[in-house]
Design a protein around this ligand. Structure first.
Ligand SMILES: Nc1ncnc2c1ncn2[C@@H]1O[C@H](COP(=O)(O)OP(=O)(O)OP(=O)(O)O)[C@@H](O)[C@H]1O
Ligand SMILES: [Mg+2]
Length: 229
């Protein structure tokens, strides 16, 4: 406000211009607060963005494809993304970075680790808040499930997962990351029929991105050590 007053005196701005600048500042501040809230509500944990994703560490990736996904068009089209590859190759980083970009575009995002999602579903089921929780999982613009098919889940949880995936199918996006090949995902479900129904919906029209190579965790430790010297 003070800065704007000084600016208007120095540049002899008329009252209308001064007011419209103030209004624009207020709108900008609101927009920033809104994005910060969306990022907080997504529960990403560690802040991993495209700005701190080094493409030279994953030269095989199609940068154009990643940048296009970061525009959020896949969300408006209800498409999924599946990131598969060995440990430490950047799957979680990319999933969070794309989620982060989605928040910047105003989309609501929820980030869950596979096992954490099912622990919370069971908790909600036992304390009577399951409908509210399922509703949240079904209606956010983008749902990210990290470490998909990490370990076996029971019948109840696979039914919860089916209802989420089925309700979102074709209209609301899901990003999955996994270090298991998609051909192994079937094995974590107790019932092959539900498994087939879930996996078929998840894979249909999803952008599949294969990550490769050695774990970058070691490289990162070396880089950080060098920076500390
Ligand atoms: N291209 C990259 N540029 C910068 N940092 C990267 C890159 N790829 C990975 N990292 C960093 O390396 C670490 C491991 O990456 P990440 O957690 O995304 O791997 P992951 O594929 O999800 O592994 P896991 O299967 O074990 O969960 C993280 O700290 C991440 O920020
Ligand atoms: Mg990961």
């Amino acid at each position: 406000m003070e800065l704007r007053m000084l600016e208007s005196q120095q540049n002899q701005l008329d009252y209308k211009t001064f007011l419209s600048l103030l209004l624009q500042d207020e709108l900008d501040a609101r927009q920033v607060r809104k994005i910060q809230k969306l990022i907080r509500d997504a529960r990403f944990g560690q802040e991993l963005t495209l700005e701190n994703f080094d493409f030279t560490w994953a030269p095989y990736l199609n940068r154009t494809q990643i940048r296009e996904l970061a525009t959020g068009v896949f969300i408006s089209q209800g498409e999924g993304i599946i990131l598969v590859g060995p440990p430490g190759t950047g799957k979680t980083h990319l999933a969070k970075a794309i989620g982060h970009e989605a928040c910047r575009k105003g989309y609501t995002v929820l980030f869950y680790k596979f096992h954490q999602l099912f622990a919370e579903l069971l908790r909600a089921d036992s304390n009577g808040t399951i409908d509210r929780f399922l509703n949240k999982l079904i209606h956010c613009d983008l749902l990210i499930v990290d470490d998909f098919a990490f370990k076996k889940i029971d019948q109840k949880n696979s039914e919860f997962l089916y209802s989420i995936v089925d309700a979102r199918y074709g209209t609301r996006s899901i990003i999955l990351t996994s270090n298991r090949a998609m051909t192994d995902w079937m094995n974590v479900f107790p019932d092959p029929v539900i498994a087939g129904a879930i996996l078929d919906r998840l894979a249909h029209q999803a952008h599949q991105i294969q990550l490769k190579g050695e774990s970058l965790r070691k490289k990162l430790t070396t880089k950080n050590r060098k920076q500390d010297l």
